[in-house]
Ligand binder design. Structure first.
Ligand code: UDP
Length: 326
């Protein structure tokens, strides 16, 4: 059995997935340039430090390791930033993925699990989103993921590349054993920012938009525990290795929580004051992204184990206190 290459494996979802795959006795190679990844998240498998921009490096990695399959996380992920700096997003997320896919093809590696996003759906036309919901990306970030989905499917048709495209809803929480967790620099995500406010690292949390057509006017999101996402990657790899068809899978719990509800829940979990400010809408945000993940359950046998948003916030809280020594 060959190895599993994890690009972006020193990042948030990538490191949790490295832990999950290692616990299943897979030989893991993490590839990361450590621009946003963390050296202390490299706890499982071998490590290759380098950039997907560097095609010679990629060729060398595939030459030196016997790789059977790839899980591709490495990407820029901030919606707001992508609106300001689309070039950065298209070059890193699209062009560098083309480099990776090319190196895979040259090395005869035919299976990939790709990190996509619920942001490809854009404006929801139904209360929950299934994989066949129309796509209308609202930001360069979402477009970059949408474009790569298309490339992967075209390579599948023409070259036989087998793929599982995973559309994550809002990844949140942390490893229950607190080996790894969420640490972005700068932090832009809701739950970590709320917990920073609870810890006094920032004065308040800003709510981006209170005039959306949602029950309390703030955006609805479907928060999914990062270890449940990690397990879905393991199941998707098994699915492809077992001869399963290429497919697209939503990964979420199917429950929408508003920004205000998440803040209230964090107040309960932490027992801290969390000062709130209201602010303008953030460019590129969808009003509501709530999944139907029935297909992942049916085809992959996926069952989220930490579906309770309170538990998601609790694991994040434990991690943040450890990581920030508070
Ligand atoms: N959000 C917010 N204040 C913040 C960060 C995020 O109100 O400081 C909102 C954001 O507008 C979105 C939700 O929280 O509706 C989740 O945002 P996040 O950046 O965590 O994830 P995204 O949905 O962009 O993937």
């Amino acid at each position: 059995m060959g190895k599993t290459l994890i690009t972006g494996g020193a990042g948030y979802i990538g490191s949790h997935t490295a832990k999950e795959l290692a616990s299943r006795d897979k030989d893991v190679v993490v590839l990361d340039n450590l621009s946003y990844g963390h050296r202390d998240f490299l706890q499982w498998g071998e490590f290759e430090e380098g950039d997907l921009e560097d095609r010679a490096f990629l060729k060398d990695v595939f030459a030196r390791h016997s790789i059977d399959e790839v899980v591709h996380f490495a990407a820029f992920i901030a919606v707001g930033e992508s609106v300001e700096k689309p070039r950065m997003y298209y070059e890193n997320n699209v062009r560098n993925t083309l480099n990776l896919l090319g190196a895979m093809q040259d090395a005869g590696v035919g299976r990939i699990v790709f990190s996509s996003t619920a942001a490809v759906y854009g404006e929801p036309q139904t209360p929950t989103l299934a994989e066949d919901h129309p796509l209308s990306p609202l930001s360069p970030y979402a477009w970059s993921k949408r474009m790569v989905e298309q490339v992967i499917r075209d390579y599948g048709k023409a070259y036989g590349l087998k793929s599982a495209i995973l559309r994550y809803f809002n990844a949140a929480g942390a490893d229950p054993e607190t080996d790894v967790g969420e640490r972005h620099q700068p932090e832009t995500h809701l739950i970590p920012l709320i917990l920073h406010a609870a810890l006094g690292i920032r004065d308040s949390i800003k709510i981006f938009g209170t005039d959306y057509a949602t029950p309390d006017g703030t955006c609805l999101r479907d928060y999914i525990h990062v270890t449940d996402l990690a397990e879905a990657h393991a199941l998707a790899l098994d699915h492809l290795a077992g001869g399963g068809d290429s497919d697209i899978f939503n990964l979420g719990n199917g429950n929408g929580f508003s920004v205000r509800e998440v803040i209230d829940m964090a107040r309960e979990v932490t027992g801290r004051e969390i000062p709130v400010e209201t602010a303008e809408r953030r460019a590129g945000d969808s009003p509501a992204l709530v999944s139907s993940s029935e297909k992942a359950r049916r085809v992959l046998g996926w069952r989220p184990r930490h579906a309770d948003v309170r538990e998601i916030i609790e694991t994040a809280w434990r991690w943040h206190r450890k990581d920030l020594k508070r």
